[in-house]
Write a protein that binds this ligand. Structure first.
Ligand code: ADP
Ligand code: MG
Length: 457
């Protein structure tokens, strides 16, 4: 499927060049996922019926001809609207969950897990280490060490990934374990659906008959009193049977609003762990890992480009990942080199320009200051202080010179990075070093080495 998506992205980029921009934008551009591959048809998801008809009329033949060039067998594209796809999925899921059927003598049970979310692909750092080790422990001994495991943190930081890793790990150990992953809002829907038909037994059969319950984004139970009551009963039932429960949320259990306290207090029975934002080093590691999942050659993208992406997207892993994919696609589709400049171009639309430049610059300069202070074996705070001892003064002037020559920003702005020095001080420092460079070999060597270290080569 990943490969199919890759092919589709290539075809997309060719279409974008072959057709008029406006029409492409209104139709093809937003098609970015494959629903399923079945009977040699590849089903692409489109937003609505209108787009579907237009694409079928204008593009489908061309798309299928292009596809022939990529795959040997006779595959063809078909379109399905998001709505149709959702209905089909819901039906499949319901069928599988409601009536575990006997297939070749074995029961099947749909856990709703994404097999890609496993422990191996989860990159551990200080921000998520505790959550990770707790998850591993409960996956090893479900129902015993911590029940429930409550994982909380902001969006896009890996809660769902980690929770599903628990499920996948348990299934790997024993394929017959009944692991059920469900989002809290789906739980509510399911309850409402069955309660409206008074099919309470069915509801109970469906949820009590499981070994591991993974409930994602529990905050969505807020204000749904009936569903909360039902969930409470389920929780008590499973917990009493020592079935492992994992819950995620965007906030700590004590901060959950509009959820009955007899329920939230249960969440504190087990272990509660939070996931925070990854630091720069951690983000780079995540990118490296994601890159390896996309391409076979790790060296395809220089570290500098990954550092750039990691420095701009510091908020959430989902965005970080999206940015990487975009750069990969952009450079591959247009045959551009993987340089920081091209990464900037690829990501332009995702980043508000000012923030982008400002944040990036700030990080680069902070990095430069630490490179220079390391080089002269002084602390960064001394480097940017007003202390006039030669030990500090000379490195400081060199640092100012480097900032000016590498980033070419106004003296006044440079002053801000050095304890708010005025622009004339900075200017004199820069000029002094520029002069010294002409006749002092040592300074020349220092500056050359530092320029390389700071990335200006
Ligand atoms: P949340 O549930 O907290 O909103 P997700 O689990 O959906 O976040 O994570 C968003 C994306 O980021 C997913 O694609 C996930 O694989 C990825 N991700 C998050 N944290 C990590 C991590 N530590 N290592 C690898 N991928 C991660
Ligand atoms: Mg999630």
């Amino acid at each position: 499927m990943d490969n199919q998506l890759h092919i589709w992205n290539e075809i997309k980029s060719r279409l974008s060049l072959a057709y008029e921009e406006q029409s492409y934008k209104e139709t093809i551009e937003s098609i970015d996922s494959i629903f399923k591959v079945s009977n040699n048809y590849i089903y692409l998801i489109v937003d609505n019926d209108f787009v579907k008809k237009r694409v079928e009329m204008l593009y489908l033949n061309k798309m299928n001809r292009m596809l022939e060039g990529y795959v040997e067998e006779t595959f063809k594209y078909r379109l399905i609207t998001r709505e149709q796809a959702e209905v089909e999925l819901a039906d499949q899921k319901r069928y599988a969950v409601n009536q575990p059927e006997t297939l070749f003598g074995q029961e099947t049970f749909t856990s709703n897990l994404n097999p890609g979310y496993d422990f191996n692909s989860f990159v551990v750092g200080t921000s998520n280490r505790l959550a990770y080790t707790s998850a591993i422990k409960i996956a090893d001994q479900p129902g015993i060490v911590a029940n429930p495991l409550y994982i909380f943190g902001d969006v896009g930081l890996g809660k769902t990934h980690l929770m599903q890793a628990v499920g996948n790990y348990i299934l790997e150990g024993d394929i017959h374990t009944r692991v059920l992953y469900i989002k809290a809002d789906e739980f509510v829907e399911e309850y409402v659906r069955l309660a409206s038909k008074k099919r309470y037994d069915e509801f109970n059969d469906q949820f009590r008959n499981i070994d591991v319950l993974l409930v994602d984004d529990i905050q969505f139970l807020a204000k749904k009193e009936k569903s909360q009551g039902e969930f409470f009963k389920l929780f008590e039932y499973l917990h009493g049977k020592k079935k492992q429960i994992v819950i995620t949320s965007d906030r700590s259990a004590s901060e959950l609003a509009d959820i009955m306290s007899r329920l939230t207090s249960r969440f504190l029975w087990g272990v509660s762990v939070d996931i925070n934002r990854p630091d720069l080093e951690h983000r780079i590691k995540i990118l490296e890992k994601k890159l390896l999942a996309e391409v076979s050659d790790r060296d395809l993208i220089p570290l500098k480009v990954l550092e750039y992406i990691a420095s701009v997207f510091d908020n959430n892993v989902r965005e970080l990942e999206g940015a990487l994919k975009r750069v990969l696609f952009f450079c591959t589709a247009f045959g551009y080199d993987f340089t920081v400049k091209n990464a900037e171009l690829a990501l332009e639309s995702l980043i508000t320009p000012k923030e982008n430049h400002k944040d990036f610059l700030k990080k680069q300069i902070t990095n430069l200051l630490s490179v220079v202070s390391d080089y002269y074996k002084i602390s960064t705070s001394d480097l940017i202080s007003k202390k006039r001892s030669r030990n500090f003064l000379y490195p400081r002037q060199v640092a100012m010179y480097l900032v000016k020559t590498i980033y070419d920003i106004p003296y006044k702005k440079i002053g801000l990075y050095f304890g708010n020095r005025d622009h004339s001080t900075v200017m004199h420092s820069v000029e002094k070093i520029a002069n010294d460079l002409q006749h002092d070999r040592h300074i020349k060597i220092d500056v050359e080495k530092l320029s390389i270290k700071c990335g200006e080569n």
